[in-house]
Design a protein around this ligand. Sequence first.
Ligand code: BES
Ligand code: MN
Ligand code: ZN
Length: 488
Amino acid sequence: MSIRTLRVVAKLPAAKPNQALVIGLRKTGKNIEVVSANPVAGLPSLAELEKLGAKPAFEAQTKVLANGQVVLILGLGDGELEDDELRELAGTASRALSEHDEIVFNFPNLGRSAVLAVAEGFCLGRPTRSPYKSSTRNPKASSISIVTKAKITAADFEQILTVSAAVADIRALVNMPPNELYPQTLASKVKSLAKGSNLSVEIWDEAKLRSEGCAGILSVGQGSIRPPRLVKLSYRPKGAKKHLALVGKGITFDSGGLTIKPGLGMLGMKYDMTGAATVGLAAIAIAKLGLPVRVTAYLCLAENLPSGSATRPSDVIRFRNGTTVEITNTDAEGRLVLADGLVLASETRPDLIVDVATLTGAVRVALGVRTAGLMGTPDGVGTLRQAADVTGEKLWPMPMPKELRSKLDSDVADLVNSKLGDPAGSMLVGAHFLSEFVGIRKADGKKLAWAHLDIAGSANNDGSAYGYTPKGSTGVMLRTLVEVAKSL
Ligand code: BES
Ligand code: MN
Ligand code: ZN
C-alpha cells in the first residue's frame, strides 16, 4: 500500500489500535532525558527505560509499551537536531514501525522546516517489498501524524509525496533484474511514468540514433541483442526563463563488453542505469510540481555486452559534434553514451547541464559509498553544492587537474576513452572526457555551465538500511536535482 495520510496535529491523538508513537531520548551534559511534545501516559520511568536498553546514541532504537501502545524511543545524540538528522530519524522510524498502520511523531518544538523534514524522511524511508519475493508481507506505515504547532498546507505535503514517489520509482526501476529491464523496457517504463504530467516523450530507436549521429550509444549497445535507445523528456512550461538540461547514464547491464569485467566486478552492474532513471524521474517530478523552469532530460540507454557484434578495443567512432574517439577500453562505456547526451544538450544552449552517472569505481575509493563526486565548471559546481546543502544529500567537489587531460590523448583519433592499466585519478579523467563534449556559450565563448555527478558509490547501498536509505538502490540526487530546478 502506498502512503495514505501525512498530517499535522496540535496535540497527541488518543491511542488507537495499530498506532505507534515515536519519542526521543537525548543526552544533555551528563543527563539523559526523554523528550516529547506531549507526555506519553503509562511510559516506563527513565530508570526502567535504561534497564530495557534505551540509549541516547543517535538513531538507537528501543520499543516499549505504554498503556499497551507501542512507543519507539529514538536516540537523538546530544545537541540540537538539524533538519537532515530529523529526516534520517523519521526514516528509521518508518522502517522500525512498518508493521503499524499509523505513526505519530511526538517530538518537541518542531518548526515548519523540521516538520517537512520529518514527513519527507518518513516517506523516503518507508520500506517496500521486493516484487520478486513470493513470501514477504507488504509493509504498512501508511499514515503519519506529526505533533506540531507549525502551519503546514496540503500543498506542502503534496510536494513531499511527489518527490518521494519519484525516489521510490527510481529505486524500483534500478532494483529490477536486467533480464527484465533493458533499453526498450526502461524506455517504455519511463514513458508510462511520465503519463499524466505535462511532459513530452520521444524514444529514439537505432535508426533514429544513427541518423542523429549518436555514435556512443550505438557503439556501446551494438554487442547486445537488446538494442539501445535514447529517451528525451521535455517539459516546457509557459513563461519559463531558464532551461535545465539533464543527461543520465543508462547502462542496463555493464559486463564491461569485450574488456570484460571479472565475475565479482560484474555483480551489481544492473544498477548502471541509475543516472538515467534519476534524471528521468527528476524531470517527471519537476513537471508534476509545475516548477517554472524548462527541463530537457536525455536518458542514454544501452546494454554493454561482449559478442561478435560488440565494439572492439581499437575501434574509432565519430560523434555528432565531429569529435572522434578511439575506444581503448570497452568498460569505459558510460562516458561514451553520456557524450551523445551532452552534445545534444549543448546544442540547445541551456543555462545548466547536469549529468548523473555511475561512472567510476574510483569515486568509491575516494569518497566511500555514501558521497557523490561532483565535478564540472565553477558555476555548475556552485549551483549543485548549494542545492545539496538544502536537501542534505551528500556530494563533494573534486578537481579536474589540467595535467590529467593528456591521459586522453590518442595516436589515431582526437581522444581515447580510457588508458588501460592507468587507474590514477580515474574519476577525474572521466570528468575530463565528458568535459570535451560540453558546448560553448555564445555570450562569452566559455563552456556552458555544467556539473557531473559520479554516483557509482552512493547509488546503491550494499549494507543494511539506515536512516531513510534502504538496502539496494538509494535514489540519491533526485531531491537535489529538483532543488536545482527550484534555484534556477
Ligand atoms: N559502471 C562502471 C563503474 C563502476 C565500477 C561502478 C566499479 C562500481 C564499481 C563503469 O562503467 C566502469 O566500468 N568504470 C571503470 C572505468 C575505467 C575503465 C576507466 C572503472 O571504474 O573501473
Ligand atoms: Mn564499465
Ligand atoms: Zn558502467
